[in-house]
Structures are given as C-alpha cells and as structure tokens.
Design a protein around this ligand. Structure first.
Ligand code: PA5
Length: 332
C-alpha cells in the first residue's frame, strides 16, 4: 500500500491517458450524478470541489442503491466502481438505463463493464488488481477526463499540472525520510493510541472524508471527520463535557484561501477543544482547487499507512468488507 500511495501522481497521469480516447457525446448536462461507494465514490466529491468552471454543472454523489427521483434524461450519470461489482452502483446504473439518462461507466472489470458494453454505454477500463481506494488516481482523472469530453468538466489543464505539484510536495513524506523530517510519520506517531478526528472547512470536506476512510481501512481504526463551522454548533459541546476527550487526536485541515472569518473561528475552536488534543494543523497549498485538495489528500494517505505500520497491521487487506460482500452475495 505504501508504494501505491507514493505512486498517486503516476496513476493520475495514467488515468487521464486511459480516458483520453473515450467516445463520449458532447452536450452540456443539466446535472452530473456520480454513483459509487467507498473508495470509488470519493472521486465524485473531489470532482465537485475541484471544478474550475465559474458556472459548473452541479455534481452530486449518489452513495445508495437508488438514484434520486428527480434524475432524468437531461442528466449525466457516471457509474464508478473499481471492482465493477458493487451492488449499489450496479443498481444505480440500471436505473439510469431505464430512465434514459446519459450514462458513462468506469471500472477495472466486473458486471459494470459487461453491462456498459451490452447497453452501448461509453466506458473506461482502468488497470485491475489494486485495492479500490488505491486506485483513486486512475478513477479521479479518468472521470474528470470523461466529464471534459462530455462538456461538463474543464479539468484538463489542472489535471496536467497535478502530478508535478504532488511530486514536489511529497518529497519529505516518502518512506526513506526519517520521522524527524517527515510530517506524515510524525503525525502518525502522535495519533498512535488515540482515536483520530479530522476537522476541515467545507471546501476540504472530501479530503477530510478521505482521511477518515483511509484511517479506517489502512490503519484499521475508528475515526471520524466533521466540518467547520457546523461542528461549532453541536460537536463542540462534546468537547466541553465528555470525559473521554483525552483519548482523541484532532487534526485540522485548512485552506490557504479560506475566508477571514474562519481564522478567528478556528482559533476559538482550538482554544475550546484544548490545545492538548490537537495533534496537527495542515494548510492546503496550490495554484488551483485541485492542487490544494490533493496536497492534503496525499498527506493523509501517507499518514494512514504509517499509522498502520506503527501498529503492526497490514494496510492492504480489508477482510471485513470482503466478508460482508460475500455474505450479501450469498443471501441473494
Ligand atoms: O476501499 C474499499 O475497498 C471500499 O471502500 C470499496 O471502494 C467499496 O466497497 C466499493 O467497491 P468498488 O470500489 O469496487 O466499487
């Protein structure tokens, strides 16, 4: 998993190439619905946050068996499943076929690609054999490129520059860099033995979600994320009263371009939580939203794997998810 995390810039470049020749009808959709679960769904959240257009189409992520009732044929549905066999994603795909929506699919194989071929749906096949969450680079850039072809994107230029940006920033996160000079290893060491909580401002919501899910699946720990300012209106009360607060390690994800009101809010929030609980604050940097999102996402991916290794667990297998999927398949 560590090698795969380090290869994120390469996978991003390759995903763009793989989708480059896809034959997609161009016509601006009313809305875009990205259907997927877990490691495949997060691409949709990132695409919504990274769209560089001043007036982008609305991009919504469907993590469910069903499309919302208002999805219709003027909408574009993108079914993303790394394995191609996730039942929720397949169900949405077939609903989109029935409703006559514009449709595209991305997978490494499985029933999704079979169905796409049968229904003449444009698709991209990404390389197989990875854990789905490790395929984010392929899935994100392939989906972005399909949206560009469909006239709903504008990602091309930012996508071209993204691998270089990540390579420049990730030098000190690599396994060869010792803990004293490696912010990802240092944070993992501080999180050891604590339950991680990731707080972020709304622009960084997909990144906070990715941190949580990578900590869940790679480090195999419970973790959660929440957003400011909303958490100041509820979760903060737990910090003032819950006797277990010493067992959590809080990470703040911030954006170099956040509005001034957020600065004062963050300072007050940290004071009320208690400095002792905050194990790290990181600020996203980059020339465009995509670069800023992926800067902190890449950091979090490294942290989750280093935490796994510190705890002596193998970051790659997610046996319990496989067991659950097996049970559900047998129940059908
Ligand atoms: O990381 C994982 O293994 C999961 O979150 C999967 O991504 C999720 O179960 C959906 O599977 P897939 O990505 O193959 O559609």
């Amino acid at each position: 998993m560590l090698g795969l995390v380090a290869r994120l810039p390469d996978l991003l470049a390759e995903g763009q190439r793989l989708a480059g020749d896809a034959k997609v009808p161009t016509s601006y959709p009313r809305k875009v619905f990205v259907c997927g679960m877990g490691g495949s769904a997060i691409s949709g959240d990132l695409l919504a946050a990274a769209n560089p257009n001043e007036r982008p189409p609305q991009i919504l992520v469907v993590r469910s068996y069903h499309l919302p009732p208002y999805v219709a044929k003027d909408d574009l549905v993108v079914a993303v499943s790394y394995s191609g066999n996730t039942e929720e994603t397949l169900s949405c795909f077939f609903e989109a076929v029935d409703r006559g929506c514009r449709l595209m699919a991305i997978a490494s194989g499985g029933k999704l690609l079979e169905a796409a071929r049968k229904h003449l749906v444009p698709s991209v096949t990404v390389p197989a054999g990875l854990p789905p969450r490790g395929a984010l680079g392929y899935l994100f850039s392939a989906t972005a490129t399909l949206l560009d072809h469909a006239g709903a994107g504008g990602y091309h230029r930012d996508l071209e520059k993204l691998p270089g940006h990540l390579r420049r920033l990730a030098g000190d996160l690599q396994p060869s860099v010792p803990l004293a000079k490696n912010p990802a290893k240092a944070l993992a060491a501080k999180l050891q033995g604590r339950t991680p909580i990731v707080y972020a401002t709304p622009f960084l919501a997909p990144v906070a979600r990715r941190w949580q899910t990578q900590l869940n699946e790679n480090a195999k720990v419970l973790a959660w994320h929440a957003l400011l300012p909303e958490m100041d209106h509820n979760e903060l009360v737990g910090w003032a009263n819950d006797n277990r607060r010493g067992s959590f390690g809080v990470v703040f994800l911030r954006d170099a371009r956040e509005e001034p009101a957020m600065e004062a809010r963050l300072r007050a929030t940290v004071d009320l939580i208690g400095q002792g609980s905050v194990v790290g604050t990181f600020v996203a940097t980059g020339e465009n939203p995509m670069e800023r999102l992926f800067h902190l996402l890449h950091l979090g991916d490294f942290v989750s794997v280093y935490l796994a290794l510190l705890q002596g667990v193998d970051p790659t297998p997610v046996k319990v998810i496989d067991d659950l999927k097996g049970r559900l398949a047998r129940a059908q």
